[in-house]
Design a protein around this ligand. Structure first.
Ligand code: UDP
Ligand code: MG
Length: 320
């Protein structure tokens, strides 16, 4: 479907990755070479490293790589650590500005099977605007990470963000997807939610996860929790809505309680005086208060959506 060969950018976020960077770059250059040889991408395809404020030799290695391999290796360096999602966004928007027809994001430790990039490109040529990598299993994850990941995807689904489980940030996106990404100015953008939500033609490719080559995982309990919370709150106002539902349920509960207490008072005659009124009023007004909070929540949800200033719609085509 493409007359000319597509230009591919491979984006690699790096945070303190001095131990793996050299070999990662060489492996990925080999991958590029193979896909170029197979005639699927253009010769000016490149690797784009985003140094997310590393404190080790990461940036000097990127600079050395650029000196050795010229413009096949490009890079950007953050002033401080902004987190993996920001590094990915910077890489994607950077690649859009530098120029590319499609871009793949992959981790610096190459835990994701880099040989699938060629399959991603094939899917892109078949017409997919987004090719999403899905992990085959979580063998390399700790029990804790496995468990929390399962809970996270289940919860996201319940809250209405229907991203597939075992989703990852290993994916290919087209130039068109990058143009849309540029329109989203919100700072806390959650890429997995974003690429799923925009509605471009997506295909899924399964890949195997390998153990980390060297170095440690950059995620701990707190950063994972923060990523998960960001994912949920950036894409769902259901938690706010739950408050209103809780309020209504409490009020309804107070009516049932009232019926029960009145029954006790007039038929069983064993309630101390004043108790019935107290309990019913307490439950009722408790419910009313929670319900009012829920109403506030609804407006807060509106403010939240407006503040994000997401594009109201995205036109696919137009005939004038
Ligand atoms: N990373 C980053 N900024 C951070 C943390 C991580 O750019 O603050 C990068 C990291 O260098 C790697 C990718 O994000 O390329 C995934 O991190 P890691 O492999 O440590 O995560 P895990 O595979 O354990 O989930
Ligand atoms: Mg990793």
């Amino acid at each position: 479907m493409f007359n000319k060969k597509s230009k591919l950018a491979i984006i690699v976020p790096c945070y303190n990755e001095e131990l793996v960077l050299q070999s990662t770059a060489e492996t990925l250059l080999n991958v590029l070479d193979r896909i170029i040889k197979n005639g699927k991408i253009s010769r000016d395809s490149y690797l784009y490293f985003v140094d997310d404020g590393s404190k080790d030799r990461t940036w000097s290695i990127i600079t050395e790589l650029h000196n050795t391999y010229g413009n096949r290796i490009k890079g950007a360096k953050f002033l401080r650590n902004f987190g993996n999602q920001k590094a990915l966004i910077a890489g994607l928007l950077g690649a859009k500005n530098i120029g590319c027809d499609c871009a793949v994001t992959i981790d610096a430790d190459l835990q994701q099977d880099e040989n699938m990039i060629e399959t991603f490109v094939d899917e892109f040529h078949k017409g997919a605007e987004i090719v999403s990598g899905i992990r085959n299993d979580r063998k390399t994850d700790t029990f804790f990470k496995k468990f929390t990941a399962i809970c996270f995807y289940k919860l996201m689904n319940i809250l209405g963000v229907k991203i597939p489980a075992n989703h990852s940030d290993y994916r290919l996106v087209s130039y068109k997807a990058l143009q849309i990404l540029e329109k989203y100015s919100e700072t806390g953008l959650f890429l997995r939610g974003f690429f799923h939500e925009i509605g471009l033609k997506t295909s899924y490719v399964h890949f195997d996860v390998k153990p980390r080559l060297a170095g440690k995982s950059k995620y701990n309990f707190f950063s994972l929790t923060s990523l998960a919370l960001n994912g949920i709150t950036a894409y769902s106002i259901v938690p706010l809505r739950i408050i209103a539902v809780m309020g209504v349920l409490t009020v309804l509960g107070s009516f049932i309680l009232a019926a029960e207490v009145i029954f006790e008072k007039y038929f069983l005659h064993d309630t101390p005086s004043g108790w019935a009124t107290l309990v019913v009023l307490l439950a009722f007004f408790g419910g009313v208060q929670i319900f009012c909070l829920g109403i506030m929540g609804e407006y807060l949800g509106q403010v939240f959506n407006e503040v994000k200033a997401r594009p109201r719609y995205i036109k696919e085509e137009e005939i004038l």
